[in-house]
Design a protein around this ligand. Structure first.
Ligand code: GAR
Length: 204
């Protein structure tokens, strides 16, 4: 399975999905080709974005399945049917079970709006503001069975300003995400990322 054939998973706005699509259009996604959007929220704005971009989507409600395993098995079947080699989580707000993790081990990445391991889980931006840190940022990491615990591939920092609100900080973090995620996805699609234990290295 070529790591250039990508499925993006998203649950909400999909602005990172849009940034990845834009990067592909502009030739900044390396060999990467976005072949599919997967969403657990068929009514989410990201579904409309995929339609406008002409990218096929798989929109499945988890509650329509007997359990998480059956839901993910349906996704895996579609990924394999389309020969997807890389899963890119972009605001996909669910933990991944072994049903999806095992066939795609080392080939699922996620973006998280903090400098992990700080502020894992939900509302990372609110957590950072509440804690009073002066520096936060963005992490792209491989996905393992835990919550935001997989090996870090790339991180970029964002300064917190005294007057920041959740909205203003989120806006600056988003801008960093839109630049960083396509760079990392391109590196993986081009086979330039290696993993040795927990240490990921991007060559070139
Ligand atoms: C992004 O900021 C992403 O880092 C975050 O959700 C947002 C999705 O925005 N992901 C997580 O918090 C994962 N734990 P988008 O739908 O506009 O791309």
């Amino acid at each position: 399975m070529a790591q250039s054939r990508i499925a993006v998973f998203a649950s909400g706005q999909g602005s990172n999905f849009a940034a990845l699509v834009q990067a592909q259009r502009e030739g900044r996604l390396g060999a990467g080709r976005i072949e599919l959007l997967v969403s657990d929220k068929p009514e989410a704005p990201v579904a409309q974005r995929a339609e406008e971009a002409g990218i096929p989507s798989l929109l499945l409600r988890p509650k329509d399945f007997a359990g998480r395993e059956q839901y993910e098995a349906a996704i895996v079947a579609e990924l394999q049917r389309r020969d997807i080699g890389l899963v890119v989580l972009a605001g996909y707000m669910r933990l991944i079970s072994p049903v999806l993790l095992e066939p795609y081990v080392g080939r699922i990445v996620n973006i998280h709006p903090s400098l992990l391991p700080a502020f894992a889980g939900k509302d990372a931006i609110g957590q950072a503001l509440d804690y009073g840190v002066k520096l936060t940022g963005v992490t792209v990491h491989f996905v393992d069975g835990g919550m935001d615990t997989g090996p870090v591939i790339a991180q970029r920092s964002v300064e917190v300003q005294p007057e920041d609100t959740a909205e203003s900080l989120a806006e600056r973090i988003h801008q960093v995400e839109y630049a960083l995620y396509p760079e990392v996805v391109a590196a993986i699609a081009d086979g330039r990322v290696t993993l040795n234990g927990r240490k990921a290295v991007i060559a070139g």
